[in-house]
Ligand binder design. Structure first.
Ligand code: ZN
Length: 176
C-alpha cells in the first residue's frame, strides 16, 4: 500500500529538494471523475516528480495509471479503460508567467502558492480519457439490433420488383 498524497504541497520547495511523491488514490476521492465512472472501485497510482529545469523553472513530471469502468457509448454496458497518462508541466502563478513559457511546455497554474496534488492527478486522468468510450468493434456484450446491409438490400430490391405500383397505389388511395 502506497502512502497518501498530502492535501497541499509547496511545489517550489519540493522542486528545490527534487522530491518524488508516489501514492495510490482511491477512485472515490475524485469528484469530477465520479460523475462519469460506472464504478468507483479501484485506485489510481501516481508519481509526481518535482525539479528545476535548466532555466530554473519549477517542473512537475506527472505519471498516472488507473483502470476505470466507463460506460460504452454503443451498448451502454461498462467498458474497462486503462489510463496511462504522462505529462511534464511547468509551475506558474498566473497568465503572465504562463505567457513566457515556450509553446512545448504546458503550464500548471498554482493559486496562493500551494498545489493540491489530488486536483492535478484528476486533471491528468480526465485529459487522458477517450472522448467516446466504446468496446472494440464487435465486442459489445449486448447485440445492437440492426440488419446487416448484405441481407437488407436484396430483400428491399425484391419487394420493389414484386410490387412495382405499390407506392403508386398508396398515393392514389390518399388522393381519394
Ligand atoms: Zn459496448
Amino acid at each position: 500500500m502506497l502512502p497518501r498524497l498530502p492535501d497541499f504541497v509547496d511545489p517550489w520547495r519540493l522542486a528545490d529538494s527534487r522530491r518524488r511523491l508516489r501514492a495510490s488514490i482511491p477512485l472515490a476521492r475524485f469528484p469530477r471523475l465520479a460523475e462519469i465512472l460506472v464504478s468507483n472501485d479501484g485506485e489510481a497510482v501516481c508519481t509526481l516528480g518535482f525539479y528545476r529545469d535548466g532555466q530554473r523553472r519549477t517542473r512537475v513530471d506527472v505519471e498516472v495509471r488507473a483502470l476505470l469502468q466507463l460506460q460504452c457509448q454503443r451498448c451502454m454496458e461498462p467498458v474497462p479503460v486503462e489510463v496511462d497518462a504522462r505529462a511534464t508541466l511547468a509551475v506558474v502563478e498566473g497568465n503572465d508567467e504562463a505567457g513566457y513559457l515556450p509553446d512545448e511546455v504546458d503550464p500548471l497554474m498554482v493559486d496562493a502558492g500551494r498545489l493540491r496534488p489530488l486536483d492535478l492527478v484528476e486533471d491528468e486522468i480526465l485529459l487522458a480519457l477517450p472522448q467516446v468510450p466504446m468496446h472494440p468493434a464487435g465486442a459489445c456484450t449486448v447485440r445492437i439490433e440492426s440488419m446487416p446491409p448484405e441481407e437488407a438490400t436484396p430483400d428491399k430490391a425484391g419487394e420493389a420488383q414484386a410490387h412495382p405500383f405499390a407506392s403508386l397505389s398508396a398515393l392514389k388511395l390518399r388522393d381519394v
